[in-house]
Design a protein around this ligand. Structure first.
Ligand SMILES: *Cc1c(COP(=O)(O)O)cnc(C)c1O
Length: 384
């Protein structure tokens, strides 16, 4: 049986006619950049994320970059984030001339550990502490960071919070009563989203979005998106070309109608995995900890005690796709050598890099495929 890590063809087959109609309208209009489709998407994403405003941009990476630039983070500043994330999170910090300061993750959720945030900050000298300008909590794999302590810490220390919600559109924070949850992108000062094709809401190319509740920030983001021009040829500051393509907005407007249904299916798949893993009684595998009320499972990541890479190869030989996110934590990347970190500085991140494995979880996955994946993992673990 073939079980790819992700299969977008089936999703497309289900919405093909709608997408083709929407894109045809867009082609007929010959308005390729920004325009009414992008504005409509911005309004709908703002509403979906329970935010005041949203600004369509060219990618998730650019969403981070434009947020940092708009927040005025620049040369000499420090930005706190985790080393266990996609490269763009820390890459964007370095690109504005600031310095990433890493904070280890929580063992259960792989998200920023708020206690570590406090600890790292308290261990800095006075001068370094005054240089910290922002925090980037990353809602990894589709689950929200424990945001209350992060926001409190930011308020106390006067820091900007930029949520990296690239993997977590529609994820909710809070485990209390129904309706008390908050959506990603609505809690920090900026929320950064990616519509890269492998995300839960994927475009037909590169695209991203920044959300905010602050009208002044919203206006500045729009200016920054277009080279900092407040009016035509009137540039008050240096921005960039971070504009979103109308084609991507047209596709995303169709897909957004299905997002909650797709999230529901991903969650059902996660539940089936849980049931089957439990029945199989595999002691050397632990399943993702679901701490917040709505995990959207951009990835379903298991933790394998030993021989993770051997398991990956074993599954691959049996038609099952899987992936390691992320094999090298960012403090161990060559380009960040100058930050002066060494091996064992972030033990939880390093342990995760050695043990985690993402399994297929996409909405169109069939129950028999999930059965097959768990069967094969069981077979591998029992034969060792
Ligand atoms: C995908 C991703 C990004 C970057 O988004 P792109 O649209 O690929 O530029 C940033 N951060 C995280 C955590 C991501 O997963």
């Amino acid at each position: 049986m073939e079980v790819p890590l992700l299969d977008l063809k089936e999703q497309y087959a289900n919405i093909r006619e709608e997408v083709l109609t929407a894109t045809e309208e867009m082609f007929d209009s010959q308005r390729f950049i920004l325009g009414p489709k992008v504005e409509e998407l911005e309004e709908r994403i703002a509403r979906y994320c329970q935010c005041g405003y949203a600004v369509g941009v060219s990618s998730g990476t650019d969403a981070l970059l434009i947020s940092l630039m708009t927040a005025g983070v620049a040369h000499g500043d420090l930005v706190m984030t985790t080393p266990y994330t996609f490269f763009a999170t820390a890459g964007a910090v370095a690109r504005v001339g600031a310095r990433p300061v890493f904070v280890d993750i929580d063992k259960g959720t792989y998200n920023m550990n708020p206690d570590e945030l406090d600890l790292v900050f308290s261990q800095m000298d006075e001068k370094s502490r005054s240089r910290v300008k922002a925090i980037i909590p990353v809602h990894l794999f589709g689950q929200c960071v424990d945001m209350d302590p992060v926001m409190t810490f930011a308020e106390v220390n006067g820091l900007v919070v930029i949520e990296d919600a690239a993997q977590a559109i529609g994820a909710e924070y809070g485990s209390g009563n129904e309706g008390s949850q908050k959506r990603t992108g609505s809690m920090g000062h900026y929320g950064c989203f990616s519509f890269y094709p492998t995300k839960n809401l994927g475009a037909f190319g590169e695209a991203g979005m920044v959300t905010t509740n602050d009208k002044a920030v919203y206006k500045n983001l729009k200016t920054m998106r277009n080279h900092g021009d407040v009016a035509r040829y009137d540039h008050r500051f240096v921005g960039g070309n971070f504009r979103m393509a109308a084609l991507q907005a047209a596709v995303l407007l169709v897909k957004l109608n299905y997002l909650d249904e797709w999230i529901k299916k991903r969650r059902e798949n996660a539940n089936l995995y849980r049931k089957l893993f439990q029945e199989a009684e595999l002691v050397d595998v632990s399943l993702p900890l679901e701490k917040e009320k709505r995990h959207i499972y951009n990835q379903f990541v298991i933790n394998v005690k030993e021989q993770r890479d051997e398991l990956k190869r074993y599954l691959n030989a049996r038609g099952i796709g899987s992936e390691v996110f992320y094999p090298v934590p960012l403090h161990m990347q060559e380009c960040f050598e100058y930050l002066g970190y060494k091996k064992e500085d972030f033990p939880v991140s390093e342990e995760a890099s050695k043990r985690t494995l993402a399994l297929p979880i996409y909405p169109e996955l069939r129950p028999e495929q999930i059965h097959y994946v768990v069967d094969m993992i069981g077979k591998f673990l029992r034969q060792r």
